[in-house]
Design a protein around this ligand. Structure first.
Ligand code: NAP
Ligand code: MG
Length: 404
């Protein structure tokens, strides 16, 4: 068979530990036999980031800006232990954070659904995606422990030095706590500008929940910016595609999520997205059954797995022990990247390959060939059998081959 040509180079960002091991198995067995592609390769394994004073991370992000689409393996975010373990110059910051800041993106996560793993919520038939605004609010707060009676005030002084606002937060009669949070119009606009096209592309309704009845100015601004973006750029497109944009109070959104059949993108403010994406991940079965993509308002895409480097499995692997790590999320990071690349390049064969790869992976799990994490949540069946990391990928390869 002649290999399928991928027109534009793909930015490949390699990573660490067990995911790095699986990354190369996936590439060699599932991709390279079928695809003729140019890979712009950036090795972000911790040692390389250290050697380049983390310049390699910046270069990888710039390459995504240049070519538009990238795919990333999980990487270690170093802490004190890792500095020792890898003898690092310093505690480099999270590559995901660095890349996110450069691309100004929103992270979208979605479950990978299979017939033999039922979501914990019975009504969920189609995937529920989450779009998390990854800037500001409580994650960039200023807080203070009040130790005695006194007055807490909120003030704003403009750059010319003129005070434009002063308001009492509370007249304390005794000890307590205060917190200051912020957000910026530009960041909320980027968030809205990422959510609408994502929902439209994937044919999902878009829900957005906030608490603007209580927080009329702060949450009210989020609501207003989303509504403006909808009215300005999406009303007609959404109507034609029979999609809804639905704003509701966050507590109402949470209640409705439990009754919906899915097929929607749930846009969440930063804290809501943090909490709710963990709830969704767990309700759908396993961390390795979630896809994750960073989308920038300019239309750059970075696909990744939503889990980490699976460190514990890697230490077993290093000792020569057998592991049963799940490569589904990595396979779907590649298929997502290839589908998007094919769409942008107008190469239907590449899009078709992405679909076949996903089907082969889904078939494998649905036929009862399972890694350890899924054995615990699968519907019991005599066909179910636990396999090792490399066996799972070989089983996917077998099923992919049948499709060509
Ligand atoms: P993790 O790698 O996601 O693993 C946590 C646990 O979840 C594993 O020990 C394993 O449970 C299970 N698990 C996760 N992915 C799995 C898979 N593909 N197959 C089977 N089981 C899987 O998180 P972590 O151990 O907290 O973090 C390890 C490293 O990853 C850290 O250095 C962190 O900085 C990094 N990290 C990177 C990213 C990223 O680059 N996107 C994200 C998060 C964390 P059992 O041990 O019970 O089998
Ligand atoms: Mg969290």
């Amino acid at each position: 068979m002649e290999k399928i040509k991928v027109k534009t180079p793909i930015v490949e960002i390699d990573g660490d530990e067990m995911t790095r091991i699986m990354w190369h198995m996936v590439k060699n067995q599932l991709l390279l036999p079928y695809l003729d592609m140019n890979l712009e390769y950036y090795d972000l394994q911790l040692k390389k980031r250290d050697e380049t004073d983390d310049k390699i991370t910046l270069e990888a992000a710039e390459a995504i800006k240049k070519y538009g689409v990238g795919v990333k393996c999980a990487t270690i975010t170093p802490n004190k232990d890792r500095v020792k373990e890898y003898n690092l110059k310093k505690e480099w910051s999270s590559p995901n954070g660095t890349i996110r800041a450069i691309l100004d993106g929103t992270v979208f996560r979605a479950p990978i659904l299979v017939k033999n793993i039922l979501p914990a919520v019975r009504s969920w038939k189609k995937p529920i995606h989450i779009g998390r605004h990854a800037y500001g609010d409580v994650y960039k707060n200023v807080e203070f422990r009040v130790s005695e009676a006194g007055k807490a005030e909120l003030t704003f002084t403009n750059t010319a030095g003129k005070e434009l606002f002063r308001g009492t937060i509370h007249d304390f009669k005794g000890p307590g706590i205060i917190q200051g949070i912020h957000n910026a119009d530009k960041s909320i606009e980027s968030f809205a500008k990422a959510c609408f096209p994502y929902a439209f592309d994937q044919k999902l309704h878009l829900w957005f929940g906030a608490k603007d009845t209580i927080s009329k100015t702060y949450d009210g601004e989020f609501r207003k910016i989303f509504e403006e973006e909808y009215q300005r750029n999406w009303v007609t497109k959404f109507k034609e595609a029979r999609l809804d944009y639905f704003f509701t109070l966050i507590d109402d959104a949470v209640a409705r999520i439990m009754k919906t059949e899915g097929g929607l993108l749930w846009a969440c403010k930063n804290y809501d997205g943090d909490v709710m994406s963990d709830m969704l991940g767990s309700a759908y079965g396993s961390l390795a059954m979630m896809t994750s993509v960073l989308v920038s308002p300019e239309g750059y895409y970075e696909f990744e797995a939503s889990h980490g480097t699976v460190q514990k499995h890697y230490y077993k692997y290093l000792k020569g022990e057998k592991t049963s790590s799940n490569s589904m999320a990595l396979i779907f990071a590649w298929s997502g990247c290839l589908r998007k690349r094919g769409e942008l390049d107008n190469t239907p064969q590449v899009v078709d390959f992405a679909k076949k790869l996903e089907q082969a992976a889904l078939d494998t799990v649905e036929s009862g060939v399972l890694t350890g994490d899924l054995m615990q949540v699968v519907t019991p069946d005599y066909k179910n059998k636990q396999v090792y990391t490399e066996e799972f990928i070989a089983e996917v390869a077998k099923r992919l081959k049948k499709r060509y």
